[in-house]
Design a protein around this ligand. Structure first.
Ligand code: PHE
Length: 341
């Protein structure tokens, strides 16, 4: 049966050629060659009418089998090849493997988070532990226990965002001082990094939301010189050079005496620039010796113990280190800014 062996050969040829093809484009060409209008199989199927009627069903069946089998292997080969990216290119196209690839963008930590972790490491190495407190606070922890009773004028120093239930968004991390004394007995050495909020108009140096690191050290005979020593050690590690500091008197109800600690301007080196307002000094962190009333609120006996506290602006620290002149950039979400870190 000559026609049957023609079909077998046709199938074998098709199978070999399809399996050896290496590009999607040539699979398409083979589909036309083997199943197209002018293909041998279509010619055979069209000519079935001229075949004696006793042989017709057998040959017809076989021809249809061959046709659908070829269709199947074409589909399978097409799938195999499209799983491989290289084969979606034409036969003549080449890949230049020496060309630089397309980089996958990955995220990274925000400069403030990085600075927070660094500060945590520095203080840990000095024996401090890390404490946290809630961002939605009670008046008691944010003000009263910190020697700021209701109607005290110092409440106006920190414009407050109140909740409808009468709680508030903490205006500073000093609340954690009291929470820590409630939990632990002296000697105490903690820092409390965290987010704080003020009801404030924003400008280049003010934000409604910013970050502080509170510090508290309580022991017997703690004095201002302990405060200065710890601050100097910390600043030296953060800025990787010796930083000059100076103390000016400052008023905060929860410390006595209270200070503003300034550092020499790292942007101009102390000669005067817009960042330090030509003074050569930058106000960096308020601090002081813990007020006896605050120790009492934390159930610590002021006749036995003393301590220092400070409240450092993390944003300010990052700004000093990188020479950033607008605090609003931190929350802008602007990738042109963030990608620089
Ligand atoms: N809590 C004060 C503020 O945010 C800073 C401060 C902390 C001052 C500790 C003295 C001691 O303004």
């Amino acid at each position: 049966m000559e026609i049957m062996s023609r079909l077998d050969k046709f199938l074998k040829d098709a199978e070999t050629e399809i399996n050896n093809t290496v590009s999607l484009k040539s699979v398409q060409e083979l589909r036309i060659k083997y199943l197209g209008r002018k293909s041998e199989i279509v010619t055979i199927l069209k000519g079935l009418g001229g075949i004696p009627s006793d042989l017709r069903p057998k040959i017809g069946m076989r021809a249809n089998e061959v046709k659908s089998y070829i269709d199947k292997i074409l589909i399978r080969r097409e799938k195999e090849l499209s799983n491989n990216i290289f084969n979606t290119l034409g036969d003549k196209e080449k890949i230049d493997i020496t060309e630089p690839g397309i980089k996958n963008e990955t995220g990274h930590l925000h400069p403030i988070s990085r600075m927070r972790m660094e500060v945590e490491d520095i203080f840990s190495s000095m024996g401090f532990t890390i404490a946290t407190g809630p961002e939605v606070e009670l008046d008691y922890y944010n003000f009263e226990a910190l020697n700021i009773p209701p109607d005290h004028p110092a409440r106006d120093m920190q414009d407050t965002i109140w909740t409808v239930e009468g709680s508030l968004l903490r205006t500073h991390t000093s609340c954690v001082q009291i929470r820590t004394m409630e939990k632990f007995k002296p000697p105490i050495r903690v820092i409390a990094p965290g987010r704080v909020f003020r009801y404030e108009e924003t400008d280049a140096s003010h934000e409604h939301t910013f970050y502080q690191v509170e510090g508290l050290m309580i022991d017997k005979n703690i004095s201002v010189s302990n405060l200065i020593a710890v601050m100097k050690t910390m600043l030296k590690s953060v800025f990787r050079r010796t930083v000059k500091v100076r103390l000016r008197p400052g008023y905060f109800p929860f410390v006595e005496p209270g200070f503003e600690l300034d550092i020499n301007c790292l942007i101009c080196g102390g000669t005067g620039c817009p960042v330090c307002k030509q003074s050569g000094w930058v106000e960096l962190l308020p601090c002081g010796l813990v007020h006896p009333n605050v120790l009492k609120a934390g159930k610590v006996d002021p006749r036995e113990y003393s301590g220092f506290a400070f409240g450092m602006g993390l944003d300010r620290l990052v700004m000093m280190r990188y020479g950033i002149d607008d605090i609003r950039l931190f929350h802008s979400g602007d990738l042109r800014f963030l990608e620089q870190f």
